[in-house]
Design a protein around this ligand. Structure first.
Ligand code: PLP
Length: 361
């Protein structure tokens, strides 16, 4: 069996330490807002080279809270790529904001900048740039496009912990007005349950975000804004504090695996998605019209795979208004994209086996 992602193996060296940390938290009953939470916020903001890090319950909440902190007028437009995880598009919908979809590039997960230019209107207030698959979005170019306009950039960095934008020479999470991370177990930095955080260099957004996530106030008993309860619990923070130590190492291993795939997959029926330098390869995607055949063989050979994502955002039932519009490249990606195993601890011979199977088709 070639596993898609093996969290147990990845975290083996931390296993006993994690158990002892959990034991201490139980003994001290510091389940909520324990020291590990503020310590993780300190460490992660240093990791991202950004002024503030605010932990929240999950990546979906992070997007919702980030958008809410901007205090936008109802009906403001939020631009979202047509290929992403549905959380990116649900956040504006849940706040009564208008979602405007933009197609991705032909063989990359980033915005098609021509389509983006066309879709920006006088009501556009936010562009959510998703660093999908760990691949940095084109924020440098997007900043040029929106220069002088009242448009904020939110980074959806749920899949891009530790990625680097070489064109801006900045860490992902420190570039937009606000950035949102998820610590879902399968992420490059994954907790043992739900978790997320928001980073920003802006003091005002930091304050708004802290109030919103904390039931509308920094004061426990007062309430200034209609907030929600969204917390990273102490146990998850303790686990993340340990695992953060290995994030760079594991990201490097992912980059190495991607290099082996790129070098060794040679089949004109299979294309590899374009990735930039600085990518942390949360997913490694191939595109192929013989995807069904590949899936059959992978099942037979016990090679785990995944699809990110088989339904583009415009095809989700909730987006009825988009059902008759085409988002050619995002639909192509959903139809023909397949995610190869990318566990950082895959053995060289396992990666080569995947390549050999693909090359025989
Ligand atoms: C691109 C993207 N955005 C947002 C999220 C939401 O994160 P969570 O699952 O922690 O709510 C995810 C996680 O799956 C994601 O991949």
């Amino acid at each position: 069996m070639i596993k898609f992602f093996d969290i147990k193996k990845q975290d083996k060296k931390f296993h006993n330490k994690i158990l002892s940390k959990i034991n201490n938290i139980i003994l001290n009953s510091t389940f909520i807002d324990g020291k590990e939470v503020s310590s993780f916020e300190e460490k992660f903001k240093r990791f991202c080279n950004v002024k503030h890090c605010i932990t929240v319950g999950n990546g979906t909440d992070a997007l919702l809270i980030a958008l809410k902190s901007l205090n936008l007028k109802k009906d403001s437009e939020v631009i979202v790529p047509a290929m992403t995880w549905k959380s990116t598009a649900l956040a504006p919908l849940n706040l009564g904001l208008k979602v405007k979809l933009v197609d991705t590039e032909k063989k990359s997960s980033n915005f098609d900048l021509d389509d983006l230019k066309k879709k920006i209107s006088k009501d556009t207030r936010v562009i959510i740039v998703v660093h999908l698959y760990g691949n940095p979005g084109d924020i440098k170019e997007i900043k040029k496009i929106i220069k002088g306009k009242k448009i904020h950039i939110i980074e959806d960095a749920a899949q891009a912990h530790g990625a680097f934008d070489f064109s801006l020479k900045k860490k992902i999470g420190s570039i937009g007005d606000i950035a949102c991370f998820s610590f879902y177990p399968g992420k490059n930095l994954g907790a043992y349950g739900d978790g997320g955080c928001i980073t920003t260099n802006n003091d005002r957004f930091n304050k708004n975000i802290r109030m919103i996530k904390n039931l509308g106030s920094l004061d426990k008993y007062d309430c200034e804004v209609p907030g929600i309860n969204s917390r990273l619990d102490t146990i998850q923070a303790a686990i993340l504090n340990l695992k953060l130590k290995d994030l760079n190492k594991n990201n490097k291993k992912r980059v190495k695996i991607a290099k082996i795939y790129k070098r060794n997959i040679v089949n004109n029926k299979i294309e590899i998605l374009n990735y930039k330098r600085g990518c942390v390869y949360h997913q490694f995607i191939i595109l192929s019209k013989i995807k069904k055949k590949i899936i059959e063989i992978f099942k037979k050979e016990k090679i785990q795979f995944a699809q990110h994502y088989p339904i583009s955002i415009n095809k989700l039932k909730i987006f009825k208004k988009y059902q008759n519009k085409t988002f050619k490249n995002s639909e192509f990606l959903s139809k023909f994209g397949l995610s190869l195993p990318i566990d950082p601890n895959l053995k060289h011979h396992q990666i080569l086996k995947v390549c050999q199977i693909l090359n025989k088709l």
